[in-house]
Design a protein around this ligand. Structure first.
Ligand SMILES: [Zn+2]
Length: 320
């Protein structure tokens, strides 16, 4: 069973050994409610997905959960998840109690997604790649030597907070000039608003301080609006710069770049690729491929289920 715990929805799906979905269920997270209520809904979602797949709880290998935030996979504690409003929530322990001792493994959602792409998607042909998801925020997961690499406490792969401008705008993490403040959907909206408030003249009527969206920025950029084009160009370049640093450090074969913002297409990914090639060491920049992900909406639940088979899930001596 894989569970994708997002800020908006909880998704659960039961998979067979060939990773075909046998049954699924989804409900709203209602993250504004107490963490225990959310965990109760995860458990309800798990039971309903089991019912719908006609599989007994005793017949599954466990429940893998990909949580939207920094998660220590060794303890199953969600350390910090701004979308959920969680800080140090012992998700694994509490969910296990609710599910009568069923095996539960917890990791951050982008690690689960990286794993799904590695086993089932665009990463199948690569042993070393960085998975990046650029949406409202920017996150990532790291596959090294074919295995998920989590770092010391679970935070590896978080390219969103690599600093590309030390004197840049403040970031939600407390720092300044992180990739996320330029290259994420929310960051692009903030940067565009800044330019418009500062007197920049946009040609497009949808480029207004009030009600500005990422979609409007991309649409305006595609129509030749200079303010929107600059925001998108800056976004792509900032991400490309951070990726070049990563390429120089770890010599990956590929970067799998997905997420809602990356789906805008070449208007965003072209400046990413241009900056990446320009800034990386030529010998390393030449080999790395920038590719889109291959999996759709099920990447989260599939990756969460795959966590159960990933070595290191119980490194600290868990139940299994
Ligand atoms: Zn940051």
């Amino acid at each position: 069973m894989g569970v994708d715990l997002g800020g908006t929805n909880i998704r659960a799906a039961v998979f067979d050994e060939g990773m075909e979905v046998l049954g699924r269920f989804e409900m709203p997270t209602l993250a504004q409610e107490a963490a225990d209520d959310v965990i109760g809904r995860i458990a309800a979602c798990v039971r309903e997905a089991l019912d719908r797949s006609s599989v007994g709880a005793g017949d599954i290998g466990g429940v893998g959960v990909g949580a939207a935030g920094l998660t220590d996979w060794r303890t199953g504690v969600v350390v910090l998840a701004s979308n959920l409003g969680w800080k140090n929530v012992p998700l694994k322990e509490r969910l296990q109690q609710q599910l009568d001792g069923l095996r539960v493994e917890v990791d951050k959602d982008t690690n689960a997604a990286a794993l799904a792409e590695a086993r089932l998607g665009a990463g199948r042909e690569f042993k070393h790649f960085l998975y990046v998801t650029a949406g409202t925020g920017i996150g990532g997961g790291l596959i090294l030597g074919g295995a998920l690499y989590r770092g010391a406490t679970g935070g590896a792969g978080d390219i969103g907070h690599v600093v590309v401008d030390p004197d840049g705008p403040p970031c939600g993490c407390g720092g300044h000039g992180c990739v996320e403040v330029f290259s994420s959907g929310a960051g692009m909206v903030d940067r565009a608003r800044e330019m418009l408030s500062g007197g920049a003249q946009a040609a497009s009527s949808s480029m207004t301080v009030e009600g500005l969206t990422t979609e409007a920025i991309f649409e305006s950029a595609n129509q030749g609006d200079a303010v929107a084009a600059e925001v998108v160009e800056t976004a792509g370049r900032a991400l490309g710069l951070a990726l070049a640093g990563y390429v120089n450090l770890n010599n990956p074969e590929a970067i799998v770049l997905g997420g809602g913002v990356a789906r805008a297409g070449k208007v965003y990914t072209d400046p990413v690729e241009r900056e990446l090639r320009r800034r990386a060491l030529p010998a390393l920049g030449e080999v790395v491929r920038l590719v889109p992900p291959a999996l759709g909406d099920d990447v989260g639940v599939a990756g969460a289920a795959l966590l159960l088979a990933e070595p290191g899930a119980n490194e600290d001596g868990g139940e299994t």
